[in-house]
Design a protein around this ligand. Sequence first.
Ligand code: SAM
Length: 325
Amino acid sequence: SQKVKDAVLIPRYARINEHKITIGKAIKSFKNEGYTLVDCPENFSELGLKDFCVDRHLPDMLVFHQKTDFHAHPFYLNGNMILQDKASCFPAHVCQPTKGAHAIDACAAPGNKTSHLSALMKNTGKIWAFDLDSRRLDLLKKLTYKAGCKNINPVHGSFLETDPNDTQFAEVEYLLLDPSCSGSGIISRLDHLVDDDDEKKKNGKDADGKTQKERLQNLADFQISIIEHALKFPKAKRVVYSTCSIHPEENEHVVKTVLKRHPDFKLATRESVLPTWNRRGIPEEINGNKDLAECVVRTVPAEDLTNGFFVACFVRKSPNEQAEK
Ligand code: SAM
């Protein structure tokens, strides 16, 4: 409804594509255009019409007033910047792929996170980008070409059907998993949160004959299968899971199930999962375990001025840690 749209005015986030331009040069160019670089305010709604700042959590992100329209800007058209919500830039930063590494983006199209991984890897190493949907994969090819990515191998097909023991994947250490989800955190879809019929919908059935509970369960089962498949890659080191959902069923509950079934993996701790981001998981949704909740990241649209998002990172336990069990 209009009420929610008015309440959540997301600023214009622009991820600077370091394949094409440095953040320093981009800043200089925006200043020349008449924008003023300011210290990042606590609340982005305080940004003036011609102000911009470097995001305090993501070093490759510039933040502008919400009314800034960059769709005809040369930097957008030539791939120097990517108009991507701040929270959706979290997963690649959490993944931390190194130069020369081998990585997989399991549910990759349209490829915004793939091109981000590519930028962080400085166009070295290799990224296999899977997607089930050929039209979306075509878009990924176009967008990653425009972004100057040279280390991406797009693959049309289900990630679930890849063989983790295939020799071509022998060195894959980084996996980014951004599977289909309810999308309940996306701002334009937040209307249902203030819908008087919300409770009714929860218990009633939708056109597909499923209750919300059943739909979330189906999504969660799929999300868990994607994570479990990723954990089978022999050298998997950092496996990042994300959703743009606000439902614990797709977030903390999924993580809880995977940890229970895979004692050889644990969650990466806060120190390597956006340590400066203060909104973490909901302890009550993860066995009341505050330590586990600290390891994961959440965003809340009305308060963080981003889409609603969730990120967790699974890491393999060391042989010593595994022996302790
Ligand atoms: N990561 C993308 C980005 O940032 O641009 C967005 C990914 S979107 C949330 C989920 C994608 O998963 C969809 O494009 C969908 O076609 C794809 N998908 C669903 N099931 C899949 C599967 N089994 N294997 C690979 N891709 C799948």
